[in-house]
Write a protein that binds this ligand. Structure first.
Ligand SMILES: [Zn+2]
Length: 330
């Protein structure tokens, strides 16, 4: 018995990329000249679901429900076909970040006297913006009731020594109450008082919970016409701040995908909301280009329109906006 990935690789050759968090493997499409654009800025467009076995090409639209049908379409015979087994990845306990409002309140009340306040100012985030998004400062040991502490533990947010993994961060909950996602940006070590963080984070950011929709989309109202889509949290804050300064909050909302590989559910959200005009502001790196491809494919797949804009001077959107740039198209 084979798993789905090795069965797919037998049919298609080695996967270009395996995205375990989405149960998805990406290949060059065998049904159109996908690989022909390899090395010329081309991206693989063909995906196989590693648990369910369905497959589709984002470019030419070839799709099917199983590896058996893929094998048939590629001209293989059915005679010696043994269906692959799906190997589910180990399951995490379900996130309970929606039960952390008590701890969020404490984090918010701690923001103003904390080093996160100075850090936000240094990144150009005004108090108004921090308030609108309900930003907080991650305290190492929030003084909360037992049930809140248990919910944090079940969401894998508490270390064995009892300190919280959000310690020493700027903290954002999306939506701001009963959140589905918690996102932190760790402050640089040298800004923290002694003992504020007893561990060294692997990256400068971390996320808990389930990314079901673009973050920031709780600000969408019936009057919203355009969505500016960004990759990162500070890109969101600076874009939203600029929209407010321009008096554009009513018709335009900024959202972010929390990294350059949006979750499958988030891509579904874009596909299912074709009525907005989408403007994608990317980071100036190869991952940003790939992000544009992935997100605009999902939007177009749903019949919507997406327009990509690259900030000038190879700057990230937040830096470009702080430097005075703003796209004339918006
Ligand atoms: Zn194709």
């Amino acid at each position: 018995m084979q798993d789905i990935l090795s069965a797919a690789e037998e049919l298609l050759g080695p996967a270009v990329k395996v995205e375990r968090n989405r149960d998805w493997a990406v290949f060059w499409c065998p049904f159109h000249d996908d690989a022909g654009r390899m090395g010329q800025g081309g991206h693989p467009n063909f995906g196989v679901h590693l648990v369910k076995g369905y497959w589709k090409c984002l470019r030419c639209g070839a799709s099917g429900g199983s590896l058996r049908s893929l094998r048939q379409k590629l001209g293989g015979s059915d005679a010696d076909w043994v269906p692959p087994v799906s190997v589910p990845r180990p399951t995490r306990p379900p996130s309970q970040v929606g039960l952390l409002d008590e701890a969020l309140s404490e984090a918010r009340s701690a923001l103003q006297p904390s080093p996160a306040w100075t850090y936000l100012a240094s990144r150009g985030v005004l108090p108004y913006t921090a308030l609108v998004y309900g930003l907080g400062y991650g305290l190492p040991r929030p003084r909360v009731h037992r049930q809140t502490q248990d919910a944090a533990r079940r969401s894998l947010m508490v270390r064995k020594d009892g300190s919280w993994l959000w310690a020493g961060s700027v903290l954002y909950a999306d939506p701001p109450s009963h959140p589905t996602v918690l996102n932190v940006r760790y402050l640089p070590e040298d800004l923290l008082p002694n003992g504020a963080r007893t561990f060294t984070p692997k990256k400068n950011h971390k996320t808990w919970g389930d990314r079901l929709q673009p973050l920031g989309s709780w600000r969408i109202t019936p009057a919203t016409r355009s969505l500016i889509v960004l990759e990162g949290f500070f890109d969101l804050l600076l874009t939203a701040q600029k929209l407010h300064q321009l008096g554009r909050d009513a018709d335009t909302v900024a959202v972010y995908t929390n990294g350059s590989s949006p979750s499958a559910k988030m891509l579904d959200w874009f596909r299912l909301h074709p009525a907005y005009e989408y403007i994608l502001l990317s980071d100036p790196d190869p991952a940003g280009e790939e992000w544009i491809q992935t997100v605009s494919a999902a939007i177009r797949h749903g019949g919507g329109q997406a327009h990509a804009i690259r900030p000038p001077g190879r700057l990230d959107p937040d830096e470009a906006i702080l430097g005075g740039w703003w796209p004339s198209e918006i």
